[in-house]
Design a protein around this ligand. Structure first.
Ligand SMILES: Cc1ncc(COP(=O)(O)O)c(C=O)c1O
Length: 396
């Protein structure tokens, strides 16, 4: 590297210097240069955003709704979200308990900025979506990782270990249903964590962006069902997954009312506000999107079954149970901490790209994550080729 560039990079913030490029991007960058590769690396549905949502945004644009909006979101959208959640969870949110964000990622950032201080200890549960540890790290916190345990092909959380880790922590970031494992916390577990944290004043940031992607109920157990105005709980959500709106950058927070001024100011200084036309699309999604959510979860159930069919019985591998999200998480014996060469060979030979498990923390190493939110005619042959590849090529 030339000296001038080196000296510039030495000058960037120490916290920024600690960030690594996501190994998912590295695999995807390799695969995107090739022809005919089926991309199962990123976490997004292959289907487009439904037309009725796009049309609502177009109408908003044709009304020239192109100016700044309130920091916490358009009142009609906050109201619709509160109503939607109260119907779904039996919660008692009012519109002030909702603050619109520019994506789920921004929701987690604003939540973390609201309650974390530099040097705070923040517990996260691994394997995890890397943003959830990167955000507290960027804020100067110490991240304490508690790994899920396995029994057969299930993940579970050892609560003794969790509570030991939490005993001198200031916050926990929990993601259920979990990307990448598909692990789902039961209502009893959420209640136990809430009670523990309530007694000690520990903040809970709950990332519930996959709350609608469960196969045996309408929604996964949620802190929405449990919290009251006095709880130090911030719930993060997104339009990205449930309504296939990843590119719209729209999400929301559920916050206690006393946090509204803090969240309002943090939103002002991060992004000011979400765009009006995205929020118009979001309003249509919330008010008219239930059929879409249910039909896409039904389609995901079929693609989930397809993953289980092709990858569920390969010798020297374990496919973890797939109760939620749209990922398969497969352990491959012999796959080490750097799975990139193996996954590049999979791209070259099988013409399929998947996400490397080490992207999700040390405990994710030795696994691959397969996003199955893709149409069956494309998914099925891709999985057949992945199966043949794993059967024929030993990890190296
Ligand atoms: C667990 C989890 N949280 C948050 C996000 C961010 O979603 P958004 O597109 O709304 O930023 C993702 C995206 O993959 C995710 O998997």
């Amino acid at each position: 590297m030339p000296n001038a560039e080196l000296s510039l990079l030495n000058g960037i913030s120490q916290r920024a210097q600690l960030l690594d490029e996501s190994p998912i991007r590295s695999v995807a960058n390799y695969g995107m240069e090739k022809d005919d590769v089926t991309p199962l690396w990123f976490g997004e549905a292959s289907s487009p955003t439904p037309d009725f949502i796009c049309q609502a945004a177009s109408k908003s644009l044709s009304r020239h709704e192109t100016k700044y909006t309130p920091n916490t979101g358009l009142p009609a959208l906050c109201q619709a979200i509160a109503k939607y959640q109260n119907n779904l969870f039996g919660s008692h949110f009012s519109p002030e308990n909702v603050s619109v964000t520019v994506s789920g990622t921004n929701a987690v950032m604003v939540a973390a900025q609201s309650c974390l201080n530099p040097a705070d200890k923040v517990v996260v549960i691994e394997p995890l979506f890397p943003t959830l540890s990167a955000i507290p790290e960027i804020l100067g916190c110490e991240v304490i990782r508690v790994a899920l345990k396995t029994k057969g092909n299930s993940f579970y959380l050892d609560t003794d270990e969790l509570f030991a880790a939490l005993s001198d922590a200031q916050a926990i970031i929990i993601n259920s249903p979990s990307n990448p494992t598909g692990w789902v916390a039961s209502k009893e577990l959420l209640t136990e964590i809430l009670n523990f944290c309530r007694q000690r004043g520990i903040w809970i940031i709950s990332d519930e962006v996959y709350s609608r992607h469960v196969f045996d109920k309408k929604a996964a157990p949620s802190f929405c069902e449990l919290v009251d105005e006095h709880d130090r709980v911030i719930i993060c959500n997104s339009f990205s997954k449930a309504w296939a709106m990843t590119g719209w950058r729209l999400g929301w927070l559920n916050i206690p009312k006393s946090l509204v001024p803090t969240v309002r100011m943090l939103t002002e200084f991060n992004v000011s506000c979400a765009s009006a036309f995205s929020q118009a699309g979001g309003l249509a999604a919330i008010e008219q999107g239930e059929d879409f959510v249910q039909s896409s979860v039904a389609a995901l159930k079929q693609s989930r079954d397809c993953v289980q069919h092709y990858l569920g019985d390969i010798p020297n591998t374990t496919l973890y149970e797939m109760k939620a999200t749209f990922y398969g998480f497969l352990k491959i014996e012999g796959l080490g901490f750097d799975s990139q060469p193996y996954l590049r060979q999979m791209i070259d030979q099988a013409k399929v790209g998947v996400a490397p498990g080490e992207a999700f923390g040390v405990s994710g190493a030795g696994h691959i994550r397969i996003c199955h939110a893709t149409q069956l005619p494309l998914l099925e042959p891709a999985l057949e080729r992945v199966r043949a590849f794993i059967l024929n090529v030993k990890p190296f």
